[in-house]
Design a protein around this ligand. Structure first.
Ligand SMILES: Cc1cc2nc3c(=O)[nH]c(=O)nc-3n(C[C@H](O)[C@H](O)[C@H](O)COP(=O)(O)O)c2cc1C
Length: 142
């Protein structure tokens, strides 16, 4: 099976409350289980950062759906590629709200200046500290 991953950042369209997030995760987890997609969603300094992995065909279809979802906007691709094996086996979609203190512990400062990511090229995006944070959470959860 061809495995692929995608990670992206987006702005919440409206500030989602706990119930909205629960509803979103319920919907996402059901569908991901069906499609054998696994991954992680972070809420970090007001942005969503998501990592999804699974069969290439499904990732392609779901990423298209996600891009058109009105619950968020200004979606920006951070990284994508092929995988030999999954980072996650158990999580149809893990979720973490990342605190500033966690960010500081991992990268040495608090303000990630995530809005600046919209203005840099692809190589700089894939080297941004927010990906270090994302992949650190990925490792700790799997
Ligand atoms: C931040 C965010 C993350 C999402 N992640 C996923 C996901 O991992 N898998 C998924 O199937 N849908 C995800 N969705 C929901 C899709 O945008 C879409 O609503 C869903 O796939 C339902 O599609 P369908 O009922 O038209 O098949 C996400 C939506 C948002 C706003």
């Amino acid at each position: 099976m061809d495995l692929q991953y995608v990670s992206y950042m987006s702005n919440q369209a409206n500030i989602l409350n706990e119930k909205d997030i629960e509803d979103l995760l319920f919907q996402v987890r059901e569908k991901n289980k069906r499609l054998t997609i696994t991954g992680l969603l972070l809420l970090i300094q007001g942005k969503f950062i998501q990592y999804i992995e699974g069969p290439a065909k499904e990732i392609d279809k779901v990423y298209k759906k996600i891009k058109n979802d009105p619950r968020h906007n200004e979606l920006l691709l951070l990284d994508k590629g092929e995988l030999e094996e999954r980072q996650f086996t158990d999580w149809s979609m893990a979720y973490q709200k990342v605190k500033d203190a966690d960010i500081e512990k991992l990268v040495g400062y608090k303000d990630l200046k995530l809005d600046e990511l919209f203005f840099v090229d692809k190589d700089e995006r894939s080297a941004h500290p927010v990906l270090k944070i994302l992949y650190n959470f990925t490792k700790n959860l799997s």
